[in-house]
Design a protein. Structure first.
Length: 262
């Protein structure tokens, strides 16, 4: 009989990483301590350190969620999350984007349906905080653009901009840092952006949210305004655009010459 082929280096690394973050898994084959002895205790220490580091990174990204759940419950949640979604790289700030969906599907948290959107806001905040830099335009620059060119153009939004809509007042929950007594249903629409040093969480209405979302997806200003008007007949596209500029959320206006010619 032919001997079984040895696992590749990549396969061994994958098995090692999986076992490192899941205490239920056995120690991978082929590991030996210095001198050839057993690795049980050494691997347990390494496993504990890695797990705690990952949980700590998740707590840093989700401080309000941790406060709402309590530290012990958050650790239990993070351990369960680690079993299904492990860090892909050593940059732990990039990990944890799947936690909101995990929270939303967790049966033990079904009584608190707003928790998942709090986690989504924290993900949006973190992404905005670490997004690329870009210089926003000001109202003087906006006013200098020909109105027809502006209407037919595309508004380039800041790379840090994130949008979040929720049937729950998650911005208020987040702003209170978890110090809340009662929560009542109430839809909120939020623009998250970091034009300078600080991340801003700005509330808007449903039409303004649809307007910003259309712009973020590359719609011309006139088309984004038309979509918002379908939601609110009194929507003022000019005022909302000025509001986005004041937030530092607009970095450029691009002409769409081929569409103008058509």
């Amino acid at each position: 009989m032919r001997p079984e082929p040895l696992p590749s280096h990549g396969a061994r690394q994958t098995a090692f990483a999986a076992a490192l973050l899941d205490a239920a898994m056995p120690i991978p084959d082929g590991l030996v301590a210095p001198g050839g002895g057993p690795v049980g205790r050494r691997f347990a220490v390494h496993r504990a350190t890695s797990t705690l580091g990952s949980i700590g990174a998740l707590a840093t990204r989700h401080p309000v969620l941790e406060r709402l759940l309590g530290a012990e419950t958050f650790v239990d949640l993070a351990r369960a999350f680690l079993r299904v979604d492990r860090p892909r790289t050593a940059l732990l700030i990039d990990w944890g984007g799947g936690l909101p969906d995990f929270v939303a599907g967790h049966p033990d948290l079904a009584e608190w349906p707003w928790l998942a959107d709090v986690a989504r806001l924290e993900v949006a905040w973190s992404e905005a905080h670490h997004a690329a830099e870009a210089a926003p335009i000001g109202l003087v620059e906006l006013a200098a653009i020909d109105p027809e060119r502006l209407a037919a153009g595309r508004i380039v939004l800041h790379p840090s901009l994130r949008l979040l809509a929720s049937p729950w007042p998650v911005a208020g929950i987040w702003a209170a840092n978890g110090e809340i007594e009662t929560i009542e249903a109430g839809a909120e629409h939020m623009v998250v952006v970091r034009p300078g040093a600080d991340v801003l969480v700005h509330p808007t209405d449903a039409a303004g949210f649809a307007f910003a979302a259309a712009l973020a997806h590359g719609a011309r200003l006139v088309d984004a305004a038309a979509g918002a008007l379908d939601i609110d007949a009194g929507f003022d596209a000019g005022a909302h655009l000025v509001g986005l500029v004041r937030l530092g959320a607009v970095v450029a206006v691009e002409a769409v010459t081929e569409e103008i010619a058509a």
